[in-house]
Design a protein around this ligand. Structure first.
Ligand SMILES: [Zn+2]
Length: 434
C-alpha cells in the first residue's frame, strides 16, 4: 500500500502487527502468559459475546450481530456528539465514483491496485478507499468566504473499501470494508493552531475514557516536500504550540512527515502494553492545489485554504477489536450491549422482576429478565461469562423492601440497595460514560 496520499492511508488504518514491549519483570511474565495462549482475542470474544461473525462468502467484511451493533452505534453516537460540539457539519458521499475523481486526487496513480474497480459501460469506476476527495467536492461546490472558515465536514458513516493482499484479511484488524470517524477541516494557516488544539483535547478525552495511555508524535518536513517552506514553517510552529498548550509530551520525528504536510500521530498503549496508532491529525498543502480549492479573503483576493484530515478512533471496526482485547470483553456500562440482568430467585418474584425491568426500560437501559428455570447461581455465573455490568437478584426480601441485591462486574456483591438509588447510580455512570 502506498501511504503517501492521505492521513488515513499513511497511519490511521495502517494495520500494524501488535508490538510487544517488555517494560518490567511483570510484563515479561504477562507476555509469557500471553504467548501461552492467555491473550484476549477479539475474534473469540466476538463469538463468545455474540457480537459479530465472519463468513467465507464475504471475505474481509464483518457481519455485525444485534449486540455488536449496540457497541458500534454507541461509538458512532459519541463521535457525532463530539463533532456537533465542535461545529462539524455531517456529510454523506457516494461509495462508487468515476475514475476521473481518483485521477484528480492521485489515488488512481498511486493506489489503484488497492482499489476495487468496476467497468460500467464505457466508464471505469472505483469504490472509495477514503472520503477526502468527495469532501473536497463539497467544499468546492460553492464560493467560500473567509467567514466560512474553518469549515468542518465530518463523514462518520462513509463505508470504505480497500483491497488488502488476498489471504491477509482476518478479524477486525484487516478488512476490505470498514468505516472511519473521518473528518476534514478547511481553514486558513492562522487557524491551524486552534483547530489542532481542540483535536488534541478531543483525542485525549476519548482515549482517557477507555483507559488508554496516549502519547504523541510530531512528524516534520521531509527533504522533498510540496508547499512553500514558509507555510511548512508556520504549520509546524502551530502544531508545536498546540502540543505545548495541551501540556502533552511528544516525540519529534524530524523529516518524517509526508510530502504534503506535517502530522501528529496520537498513539495509545493498551492493557497488554501494545502500541496502536488510533488518532491522526494531518495537515495537507497538496490537496487544495489539486482540487483548486479557494476562498475569498477579507481583501477580496482568492486564497487556498489548508486542509486538515483527522480521525479520532480510526476505523470503528479496528477500534472495537482493540477495545475488546484491551478490556478482555468487559466493556464499560455505556457500551455494554446488555447492561443489567434481573434475576428473580423464585417464580413468585417474577412479577417484581418485571416491575424492576419496566423501570430500567423507562430509564433507557438495556436489560434482560432471567426468569428461565435455572438456579440463581448458574445465572450469575452466566452473567459473569457474558461480562454483564450489573446483575440484580430479587427475592422476597428485596420485593418487600423495594430493593435489589446488586452484583457489579469486577466488584462482586454490593448487597441490597433501594432500587431508586441503584437507578441513580447507573444513570450517573452511563451519563459520565464510565
Ligand atoms: Zn482525508
Amino acid at each position: 500500500m502506498n501511504g503517501n496520499l492521505c492521513a488515513e492511508l499513511s497511519t490511521t488504518h495502517r494495520l500494524r502487527k501488535p508490538q510487544f514491549v517488555l517494560k518490567s519483570k511483570n510484563m515479561k511474565e504477562k507476555t509469557l502468559r500471553q504467548a501461552q495462549g492467555e491473550k484476549p482475542d477479539h475474534r473469540k470474544l466476538g463469538e463468545q459475546l455474540d457480537l459479530f461473525s465472519f463468513h467465507d462468502v464475504s471475505p474481509g467484511a464483518v457481519f455485525w450481530h444485534p449486540k455488536g451493533m449496540v457497541i458500534y452505534k454507541e461509538l458512532e453516537k459519541l463521535i457525532r456528539e463530539e463533532n456537533e460540539k465542535m461545529g462539524y457539519g455531517e456529510v454523506s458521499t457516494p461509495i462508487l465514483v468515476k475514475k476521473e475523481l481518483w485521477e484528480k486526487s492521485g489515488h488512481w496513480e498511486k493506489f489503484k491496485d488497492n482499489m476495487f474497480q468496476f467497468q460500467i459501460g464505457n466508464e471505469a469506476q472505483g469504490l472509495k478507499p477514503m472520503n477526502c476527495p468527495e469532501a473536497h467536492l463539497i467544499f468546492a461546490s460553492r464560493i467560500r468566504s473567509y467567514q466560512d472558515l474553518p469549515l468542518r465536514l465530518a463523514e462518520p458513516t462513509g463505508r470504505l473499501h480497500r483491497k488488502e493482499v488476498s489471504g491477509s484479511v482476518g478479524g477486525l484488524f484487516r478488512l476490505y470494508q470498514f468505516t472511519q470517524d473521518d473528518a476534514h477541516i478547511y481553514c486558513s494557516p492562522e487557524q491551524i493552531e486552534k483547530e489542532i488544539s481542540s483535536l488534541l483535547k478531543l483525542a485525549l478525552k476519548i482515549h482517557k475514557m477507555f483507559g488508554f495511555k496516549s502519547f504523541f508524535r510530531l512528524a516534520t518536513k521531509p527533504d522533498e516536500a510540496l508547499g512553500s517552506p514558509r507555510l511548512w514553517e508556520k504549520a509546524e510552529e502551530a502544531l508545536k504550540t498546540a502540543l505545548k498548550k495541551s501540556k502533552v509530551k511528544y516525540e519529534l520525528r524530524e523529516k518524517d512527515g509526508t510530502f504534503y504536510g506535517p502530522k501528529i500521530d496520537v498513539n495509545v498503549t493498551d492493557s497488554l502494553e501494545r502500541e496502536w496508532t488510533i488518532a491522526t491529525v494531518q495537515i495537507d498543502f497538496q490537496v487544495p492545489e489539486r482540487f483548486a480549492l479557494e476562498y475569498v479573503d477579507k481583501d477580496g483576493s482568492r486564497k487556498r485554504p489548508v486542509v486538515i484530515h483527522r480521525a479520532m478512533l480510526g476505523s470503528f471496526e479496528r477500534f472495537i477489536g482493540i477495545l475488546l482485547e484491551h478490556l478482555n470483553g468487559a466493556l464499560p456500562l455505556w457500551l455494554s450491549p446488555e447492561q443489567i440482568w434481573i434475576i428473580p430467585i423464585a417464580s413468585r418474584n417474577n412479577k417484581y422482576a418485571e416491575k424492576v425491568a419496566a423501570e430500567c426500560n423507562e430509564a433507557g437501559f438495556r436489560y434482560i429478565v432471567k426468569d428461565e428455570n435455572e438456579t440463581v447461581a448458574k445465572k450469575i455465573r452466566e452473567g459473569e461469562v457474558q461480562k454483564i455490568p450489573y446483575l440484580l437478584v430479587v427475592g422476597d426480601k428485596e420485593e418487600k423492601a423495594k430493593k435489589v441485591s446488586v452484583r457489579q462486574r469486577g466488584k462482586g456483591n454490593l448487597g441490597q440497595m433501594k432500587f431508586d438509588k441503584f437507578l441513580q447510580k447507573v444513570k450517573r455512570e452511563y451519563d459520565e460514560r464510565g
